[in-house]
Design a protein around this ligand. Structure first.
Ligand code: ZN
Length: 254
C-alpha cells in the first residue's frame, strides 16, 4: 500500500527519531522518506545517519548535511548553527561523512511526488513559510505534490490549478496548519507543497517531534506529533559541549 512516512530535520536528535520510528511502525507505512538535515544542532549525528540509511528508501540532502561536508557552505552559517556544524564534522568518521556527501539534492517518486529539503525555486528566501514564498516555490515544482522541510513547521500549501506552467500569486493559494492526526485531503485537480515539520527541532511552539504520513492512494497528508525524552537529549547536548541554546529551545519547540 502506498503509504509513505515523511520525516525531515532530524538534526542529530536520536530520542526524537527513535520515538518517531516506533510510532510510524504502528501506522502501517510502506516506506520512509527523509527530506534532509539528518545532522546539525543535536548530539547524535552518527546514530541518526545509521537509522536513515537503514530505514529510508529515499533521502535528500539538507543544508546542514551539506555544510558538514562542504566548508564553503559552512561559512554561510552563523552562531550556534555554525558551531554545531563544526562539532558534527569533528565527531563523524569517514563512512558517516560519505553518507552525507552522497545524498542528492532532489528525488522523485514516479510522476506524482517531488522531494527536496528547502525551496525548489530561487526566490526571496529558502524558507517556504508563507503563501508569498510558496507562490515562488510552486514554479520549481512539476509534480502534483512537493514534499519539503527546512522551516521546522508542519504546513500544507494548495494551488488551485494542476498545471505546473500556471504562474501563481499568494492570494490564490490556501495554507493549512495541519493538526496532530487530522488528515489534509489532497484534491486531484490541484497541486500541493507539504511540509511534515521537524523530527528533532520543532519550531511551531509544540515541542513534540513532528512527522507525516502521505497516502498516495487515499490522497491524504496527515501530520503526527510524538512525545519523546526531551530532557535526555538536552543532557546529551550539554555533555557534548554544544551551545546551551540548542538544548533550551527543544523544551519550548521554538
Ligand atoms: Zn533544519
Amino acid at each position: 500500500m502506498p503509504r509513505y512516512a515523511i520525516i525531515s530535520d532530524i538534526h542529530g536528535n536520536l530520542p526524537a527519531f527513535q520515538a518517531v520510528l516506533k510510532r510510524m511502525a504502528e501506522l502501517d507505512v510502506s516506506e520512509v522518506i527523509c527530506l534532509g538535515d539528518i545532522v546539525g544542532y543535536g548530539p547524535h549525528p552518527d546514530a541518526c545517519i545509521d537509522l536513515v540509511v537503514k530505514y529510508c528508501s529515499i533521502s535528500v540532502q539538507g543544508n546542514h548535511d551539506e555544510a558538514v561536508v562542504d566548508p564553503v557552505c559552512a561559512e554561510r552559517f552563523n552562531g550556534a548553527a555554525k558551531e554545531a556544524v563544526y562539532w558534527t564534522r569533528d565527531v563523524l568518521g569517514p563512512l558517516h561523512l560519505n553518507a552525507l556527501l552522497s545524498l542528492k539534492p532532489t528525488a522523485m517518486i514516479g510522476n506524482t511526488v517531488m522531494c527536496i529539503h528547502a525551496c525548489p525555486f530561487p526566490g526571496p528566501t529558502d524558507y517556504v513559510h508563507d503563501k508569498q514564498v510558496a507562490a515562488w516555490a510552486f514554479r520549481g515544482v512539476d509534480r502534483p505534490i512537493c514534499l519539503l522541510g527546512h522551516t521546522h513547521t508542519p504546513m500544507v500549501f494548495e494551488a488551485p490549478t494542476p498545471n505546473p506552467d500556471d504562474i501563481l500569486t499568494a492570494p490564490e493559494l490556501i495554507a493549512y496548519l495541519p493538526q496532530d492526526g487530522v488528515e489534509v485531503k489532497l484534491e486531484p485537480d490541484r497541486r500541493y507543497i507539504c511540509n511534515p515539520g521537524a523530527v528533532g527541532q520543532p519550531r511551531d511552539c509544540d515541542p513534540r517531534a513532528a512527522f507525516a504520513v502521505l497516502d498516495t492512494e487515499a490522497m491524504t497528508f496527515t501530520v503526527h506529533r510524538q512525545e519523546y525524552d526531551i530532557a535526555g537529549v538536552q543532557a546529551a547536548t550539554q555533555e557534548a559541549g554544544l551551545p546551551t541554546v540548542l538544548a533550551d529551545r527543544l523544551a519550548i519547540g521554538a
